[in-house]
Each structure stands twice: as structure tokens, then as C-alpha cells.
Design a binder for this molecule. Structure first.
Ligand code: NI
Length: 166
């Protein structure tokens, strides 16, 4: 499968997928809500993760975002090329009531898994037909190359995030 090739160039990946007619759905990251990004980074480093992005401020959502990656095996031009698990740390900035409240009641927790999908729009419709709720219209994620993301919810498994391939 094309998925086993671990191609990081997204347009090449999209071309190959289109060419071979494969459908693509793959875990992109696990999202953690944390009280303090620096403290969370320090503890993830103890587990073998390394920082793989700058600290990003998402102005629309009023949150700070930091990506980490597990056990990189190689680096080329400072780009981590390992296919390891990616973690997204999120902490609320001033004015982000929802996440502040959630942190107060639950503490730092993993709260969503993000799936990268080839047929982003079709996948949303498909999951809606299967009973998932689209809780927010798709929007651009500045922390992920301005790709479209959508959050969906199921009573049984909670929140999931879908990410388009650009
Ligand atoms: Ni996410």
C-alpha cells in the first residue's frame, strides 16, 4: 500500500493515491489538552518525544499549539522524517473559555485523535450518515499547513478530528 511508503510530500501522496485509486485514512496525531505546554514538552521528552514544530498561536481558536514526534530515526534539513506517532499539545490562551473550563474539571488529558483522509468532504458526509455529529464547519488549521480540519462527535467515542490532504 502507498500508506506503508511514508511519503511526507503531500502533493506526491495525493497524486499517487489518485493514480492508484486507494482510499486514505491514517492517524495524523493525538491531541492533548494541557495546563502548560513547556511542562508537557518536558515530560513527553522523558518518554522519547522531540519537538517537531514551533509554538503556534491559533488566533481564531485562541489556543497555543505545539507538535511533538516520537523517536525520530533520521533528520534531513531539520525535517523529521520518522513515521512515528505525532502529539499535538494544546493550551488555551486568554479568551478560550471552553478549554479553560475543561482543563479545570479534567486536568491535562488526551482528547482527540486526528485522522488524515483523502476524501475529506466525502468522509464527513459518510460519517454523518453513520451517526457522527459535525460539531463545527470545516476550517483552516494554521498549525497544519493551513489544511482543512473538521471536528466530529460520537456519543460512544467522543471527539475525532478529520484532516484533508492538500
Ligand atoms: Ni488536532
Amino acid at each position: 500500500s502507498i500508506f506503508d511508503l511514508n511519503i511526507s510530500n503531500s502533493s506526491l501522496k495525493k497524486f499517487l493515491l489518485h493514480f492508484f485509486g486507494e482510499r486514505f485514512m491514517k492517524i495524523h496525531h493525538v491531541g492533548y489538552l494541557v495546563n502548560n505546554i513547556d511542562d508537557a514538552v518536558a515530560d513527553f521528552q522523558k518518554l522519547g518525544y522531540v519537538v517537531s514544530s514551533s509554538l503556534i498561536f491559533d488566533e481564531k481558536r485562541k489556543i497555543f499549539i505545539q507538535f511533538l514526534e516520537f523517536n525520530p530515526t533520521n533528520t534531513i534539513k531539520n525535517e523529521i522524517v520518522s513515521g512515528g506517532t505525532r502529539i499535538e499539545l494544546i493550551t488555551p490562551a486568554q479568551g478560550c473559555e471552553l478549554f479553560s473550563k475543561r482543563l479545570k474539571s479534567l486536568g491535562s488529558i488526551p482528547y482527540h485523535i486526528c485522522y488524515e483522509c483523502q476524501d475529506f468532504k466525502e468522509k464527513i458526509l459518510e460519517l454523518q450518515a453513520e451517526g457522527f455529529l459535525l460539531i463545527r464547519e470545516p476550517q483552516v488549521a494554521p498549525a497544519i499547513e493551513n489544511r482543512q480540519v473538521a471536528f466530529m462527535y460520537s456519543n460512544s467515542i467522543g471527539l475525532i478530528e478529520l484532516l484533508e490532504i492538500k
